[in-house]
Ligand binder design. Sequence first.
Ligand SMILES: CCCCCCCC(=O)SCCNC(=O)CCNC(=O)[C@H](O)C(C)(C)COP(=O)(O)OP(=O)(O)OC[C@H]1O[C@@H](n2cnc3c(N)ncnc32)[C@H](O)[C@@H]1OP(=O)(O)O
Length: 157
Amino acid sequence: MSKQAFQDYYPEELSHCYGCGSNNADGHQLKSYWLDEKQGETIARFTPKAYHTAIPGFVYGGLIASLIDCHGTGSAAAAAYQAQGRVIGSAPALRFVTGALNVNFLAPTPMGVELILRGKITEVKERKVIVEITLSADDVVCVSGSVIAVKMPATMG
Ligand SMILES: CCCCCCCC(=O)SCCNC(=O)CCNC(=O)[C@H](O)C(C)(C)COP(=O)(O)OP(=O)(O)OC[C@H]1O[C@@H](n2cnc3c(N)ncnc32)[C@H](O)[C@@H]1OP(=O)(O)O
């Protein structure tokens, strides 16, 4: 696993994201890493707080969607650097936003355990990266999803 999170390379001015920005004290501050860079596999971990409850004992689906979203866009940025043979974080910055987010809730996600997000890069183009993601709790895949990440338009930053 890589030591530094992809989000740690985001510049200060782009680190306010509710899902993964280190400058957002009220956000989730999700951190994503390479699990196996050669295979295009990434990982993130998150333990929901009590207020992330949907029904007592189970995690709110909107939280799960945002974790998949940010693990996807972070993984996309890392994959884009990799595809260009560049060191992650080097200038000019490569940043991705969500073009499309698909989430399938396969089984209820229990509260009280660490959730594991695994990403697999399935397509890398100059302006678009697709990441397939699963979310597991206690080794059970509770959610699958995908993110179509598109290079951040100049109008956004
Ligand atoms: C910096 C870190 C930030 C972390 C971000 C965290 C995640 C977020 O919450 S981001 C905020 C939510 N997202 C947004 O607000 C984005 C708003 N949308 C936009 O700005 C634009 O529609 C944008 C950038 C997604 C696409 O722009 P557009 O000019 O249409 O892209 P374009 O260059 O034509 O398309 C590139 C590729 O993406 C595909 N694509 C674009 N949008 C979509 C979509 N909605 N669904 C599927 N595919 C899409 C195109 O088909 C094209 O694919 P291909 O190359 O295979 O033909």
